[in-house]
Structure formats: C-alpha cells, structure tokens
Design a protein around this ligand. Structure first.
Ligand code: GAL
Length: 415
C-alpha cells in the first residue's frame, strides 16, 4: 500500500513536470511569411506544437514581400506597448538600428552560450547580430539576394545563355526583343525594383566597392555610382511596364510561363518554385549569380528576437531554442529556399539548388544586402525609396546619386 502511494506520488510529480516542460499559455509569432511564403514557417510551428502541445501558437502574419507592410504594423505595436512575443527581423542594422538602440529588446547572449550557439553559427553572422556586447536575435537561415532565375527549356528555345555581365545582359535583352519578347526581364512591385538595383550595383561595383559604400569610403555620388544608375536605367528598359502591380511571385510566374526570360530575386524564389510550384531545380528552373557577381554571395538572414515585456517569455525562449537548433533549421530551410545559418546542417535534406548555395556560402566573398536589412540602418533603407522615385521620375543618375549621398550623410553611414 505504502509503495503504491509512493508510486502514485512519483507519477503525479512526473505529470506535473511533463506539463511544465510542455508549456502552457500562448505564443504569438509575428512575420510576413503569409500565403505562398508560409509553408516553411508552418513546418517549424508544427514542430513547436509537437514539443509543447499545451501552448496555443498564434501565427500572426502581415502580407507583403520583404516585410514592407509588416514593419509598419510592428512599429505601431512596439511603440504602443503591445509587442508580439517574437517577430521576424533581418539580422543586422534592421534590428540593431531600431529596436536594439531604443532598448526594446532582451540581450540573448546567455541563451547563445547556453545552447552552444557561439560556435555553431559563423563568426561573421554573430558579428552582424551583435551590438555593445549583446547578441540580439536568433538567425533561422541565410538567404542569397543576388540570384538570376530562368527557365532552361525556354532559354534553349530562344537560343540564349544566362548572361555573365550586365553588358552581356543588355545584349541578350536586345536579342530576345528581336525574337518578339516584349519584356525579357520580369519585374515586380516597388521593393523588387530596389532588389534589382542592389544586384546591378554589386555587379558594376564588385564586392569591395559595395562594402566600401557602407563604410562611408565610397561616396554615393562617386562617378562609379553614376555608372550603376545608368546601367540600372538600361536594365529597366528590358522589363515589363506593369511591374508596380506584380508581387515577386507573379514576376517569377512570368519566367516559369515563358513570357519573360529572367528575374532577379532572392532565393526564397527557389522555395516558392520547389515547395509551392513543385518544380525541379535544374530542369523546372535554372539559376546563376546575377550578372557580374560570380564568386560573390550577397547575404541576408531572417531572425527572431525577444522584445522586452512580452506576455509569454518562457514560450518565446523555447521558440528561439527550436529555431536555432539543428532540427529546427533543417526543417525550415529546405522548404524556404534558404540554407541553414548553422554550420552543422545536413545537406542531404536540401535541394540541389540549396546544395549549390551552401558551397558558394563557404567559398564566395560575402557581402550584405541593403534591401533586406544587413548593411544600412532602417533610416537609410526607408528613404532609399525616395531616391528610387527621383531616379524613375527623370532617369537622372546625378540627381539620384546626390539624393542618396545626402541621406547617407544625414543618417551617418560609415560614422
Ligand atoms: C525577405 C525575407 C525572405 C523573404 C522575402 C520575400 O526580406 O528575408 O525570407 O520572405 O523577403 O518576402
């Protein structure tokens, strides 16, 4: 009898501990991974629910590629004292320059030490996440910005190969126009035009000058930058005129359908084409570094942090642990088109596109993306749209270059 009682007591204790480990309450995850961009996040949430079935996960998404709309909603919530439990943010200046300097985030360096992450993520990435002795978010992936996508069967039919420089691109564009293709380049809404710009700039400047730009060593109105804007203008002449109304997925669709030949987009496009469109990399779609950027990997990383004063702190810590884990990263990234941020991920779980990206990530020169938060403070990024408008209004390279330099000076790029 006594031993039965003891057994029951131990069992009860066991149950108590289990339910504690399984967690309770809610976890709100805020991101822009909605619709077609959702499957990878959903797989991660499913894994979380399996580990912590007692937690109600709220998947709060705000549609809009590259976070154009989500960032505005996030700002309102953060300033209004209603932070989501955890939110998607790009590693680098996008987080550091906003919510970290405003003292709204918890320092996660003890979590990084506890989980052994200081040796599991590449040093350059840890540097990007760090500021004033703290580490401020957990990276879930590495995306590549400078990729050119095409449809191999169509290129064959048209008798062209992926151009290796922007000059070659412009020549190929003329060839394709000659064959009746109205818009050899498929382009989408506003932010995707800026995305194209950063690939043109990298291709014209090269990795070293691109990096010098963000250290304040190359001026935005240097003659080299005029060359960037002028080339960009010519590249735009190869694109569809209805770009403003297309999402990045709709622009990619035109390449898949064969109404355009090329699209410059980050490798979430690989995720979309494999996971949503069920295309085989290599046959269903092809890829190459955007013109002039062979040997250079323009990176960005999606990460999640812990805002101060959230309602469900323990659940967030468990979420962060999962997305920084090998299992979490190798669940999320094969569906997303990105590669793991961790250095010990299992390549056999990834497509041949991602395996190629993994190789490049290890061997290429690494630079950071402007549009996706790595190199410039939000204050520059948000005003870069105005620079783009100035250029598009008059196609005046000098005016755009001067405006960019004025903003760079104002926000203190390189200071
Ligand atoms: C990027 C983000 C990617 C992808 C893309 C399109 O900024 O890092 O994960 O979501 O936007 O929305």
């Amino acid at each position: 009898m006594r031993s039965l009682k003891r057994w029951l007591a131990i069992a009860a204790l066991g149950l108590g501990l289990t339910s504690l480990a399984q967690g309770s309450g809610k976890l709100e995850i805020f991101s822009w991974w909605a619709g077609d961009e959702g499957p990878a996040l959903q797989a991660l949430i499913d894994l979380y629910k399996k580990r912590y079935p007692g937690v109600e996960v709220i998947n709060a998404t705000v549609t809009g590629g590259s976070g154009v709309n989500a960032r505005a909603v996030l700002k309102t919530r953060m300033l209004g004292g209603d932070p989501p439990d955890s939110f998607q943010v790009h590693a680098g200046q996008e987080l550091i320059g906003t919510w970290v300097v405003a003292d709204r985030m918890e320092d996660l360096s003890s979590l990084f030490r506890q989980e052994g992450w200081t040796t599991k993520f590449p040093k350059g990435l840890l540097d990007l996440l760090s500021y004033k002795g703290g580490i401020w978010s957990v990276p879930v992936n590495i995306h590549r910005s400078n990729v050119m996508w095409y449809n191999p069967a169509k290129l064959k039919e048209w008798g062209v190969t992926p151009p290796k420089t922007w000059a070659e691109f412009l020549a190929t564009c003329q060839t394709l126009k000659g064959k009746g293709l109205e818009a050899p380049l498929a382009l989408g809404e506003n932010w995707t035009q800026q995305h194209l710009w950063e690939s043109v700039a990298l291709g014209i400047l090269g990795a070293d000058d691109w990096a010098r730009l963000w250290r304040g060593q190359l001026k935005f109105n240097d003659p080299k930058m005029l060359n960037v804007w002028n080339t960009f203008g010519k590249v735009l002449d190869c694109a569809n005129k209805d770009a403003a109304g297309l999402s990045w997925q709709q622009a990619i669709d035109r390449v898949i359908e064969g109404t355009s030949a090329f699209n410059i987009m980050g490798d979430w496009a690989a995720g979309y084409m494999t996971t949503t469109k069920k295309l085989e990399p290599g046959t269903g779609f092809g890829w190459a570094p955007s013109p002039g950027t062979s040997g250079v990997f323009m990176m960005l990383s999606d990460s999640f942090g812990l805002p101060k004063g959230v309602k469900n702190r323990t659940n967030v810590i468990n979420w962060l642990k999962l997305l920084g884990s090998k299992e979490g990263q190798d669940t999320f990234n094969p569906l997303k088109g990105s590669i793991a941020a961790r250095t010990d991920s299992d390549p056999s779980k990834y497509s041949i596109y991602s395996q190629a990206a993994m190789k490049d990530w290890k061997s290429n020169k690494i630079v950071g993306s402007l549009v996706h938060g790595a190199v410039a403070p939000e204050s520059f990024m948000s005003q870069f749209g105005t620079v783009m408008e100035i250029y598009l209004n008059g196609k005046n390279a000098q005016a755009a270059a001067n405006a960019a330099q004025a903003i760079a000076t104002q926000v203190g790029i390189g200071r």
